[in-house]
Design a protein around this ligand. Structure first.
Ligand code: ADP
Ligand code: NA
Length: 341
């Protein structure tokens, strides 16, 4: 796969995900027993880093685990991730307690643990090499401390910044977010709606009845997003992209446009949609990286090339929903290309 001298730093969360397979989700006050138990690496940061690696890219992971998380780091290394940016803190590794019922329903308790430690910033600030050496792309989600996010954005230098605001930050955090530092925003429908509400609270009632297309237009027209490329995933309806260079009207009479791609046709039924968004995001970043560092939309990357990247992403995410599990269900690039041909 073309590396083109690109390396993505993922500054994000890494968890110990514990799956308990139960007949049904436990009720308040009740104790039930689990038929099977599994431990896996999880966290949106870790999932997206693995998706970049499976897509054929170089991912450098910056995150924090506890002393109980050595196996988690080893597993990331085994997945092909550069783990030089993982540090060990006194806090326990972030953990997700996931009940999976026989009918596929799940219920999750998430404990951020070491993911919210700010030890990372303290340690790397003391090093002369800077925070993200040789990074052409920086990928962020929202499972680390808000101050760690700000620190990462302040140290992004001229890297291309991709942000997936998941889980959705509070209205307070959203209204102060430095959107101008984000080159590519990747959201799902609920996140697009949440960001619109936070930008214009006086219109909260109007946004509630708007279609996702209308919400994406509203976002794109806001001054905070003047130069931000917006990708909005639509579950089984595929994906919308608003790329200002191509889609912003040149005159007041012209209507804005956008790109829409259908979801991939599945082989079989939807089994498990967890991780589909993370798979999509990792594949998208690698798609961008194949155009080289500092590639410019409209110059190096043309509209049909964005469409080609998105097509690969919907196929990869579609293959992910066909399989149970999160990290394990992210397909390899060879599998995605075989499916597309
Ligand atoms: P998230 O998981 O972050 O909420 P989405 O639900 O929008 O994000 O899903 C991300 C991507 O996964 C979609 O753009 C689509 O390509 C793929 N996907 C999700 N659900 C389906 C489905 N039912 N059929 C086919 N593809 C799907
Ligand atoms: Na899956």
């Amino acid at each position: 796969m073309a590396q083109r001298g690109c390396k993505c730093t993922v500054r994000g969360s890494i968890n110990h995900d514990e799956y308990f397979h139960v007949e049904r989700i436990v009720r308040p006050g009740e104790t039930i027993s689990s038929k099977a138990h599994e431990s896996q690496v999880g966290g949106k940061g870790a999932n997206q880093a693995v998706a970049i690696a499976r897509a054929g890219g170089i991912a450098y992971f910056y995150g924090t685990v506890g002393r109980d998380g050595i196996w988690v780091t080893d597993k990331m290394k085994h997945y092909g991730i550069d783990v030089g940016g993982i540090i060990v803190s006194d806090d326990p590794t972030g953990r997700a307690i996931i009940q999976v019922a026989a009918d596929g329903e799940n219920s999750i308790v998430l404990f951020p643990g070491a993911n919210h430690s700010e030890l990372h910033e303290k340690q790397f600030m003391q090093e002369s090499q800077g925070f993200f050496p040789e990074t052409s792309h920086l990928l962020l989600q929202n499972e680390i401390h808000p101050r760690s996010m700000v620190y990462a954005l302040d140290n992004a230098r001229n890297a291309t910044v991709v942000y997936n605001p998941s889980p959705l930050p509070s209205d307070q955090e959203l209204s102060h977010f430095p959107w101008n530092k984000i080159d590519w925003l990747i959201v799902n429908e609920a996140e697009a709606a949440g960001i619109c509400r936070s930008l214009d609270r006086s219109r909260a009632n109007t946004t509630a009845t708007m279609s996702t297309r209308e919400l994406v237009f509203l976002l794109s027209a806001h001054p905070s997003f003047a130069t931000t490329n917006i990708i909005c995933t639509l579950g089984g309806d595929g994906v919308l992209a608003f790329v200002p260079t191509f889609h912003r009207p040149k005159t007041a009479h012209e209507a804005p446009s956008f790109m829409h791609l259908q979801a991939a046709k599945l082989q079989g039924e939807v089994r498990d949609t967890t991780g589909a968004g993370d798979c999509f995001t990792g594949y998208f970043v690698q798609g961008l990286m194949e155009f080289g560092p500092y590639a410019k939309v409209g110059k190096t990357i043309r509209e049909q090339e964005i469409a080609r990247i998105l097509k690969m992403c919907v196929y990869a995410a579609g293959m992910c929903v066909e399989k149970r599990g999160t990290i394990e269900s992210i397909p390899t690039r060879a599998q995605v290309e075989a499916r597309m041909s």
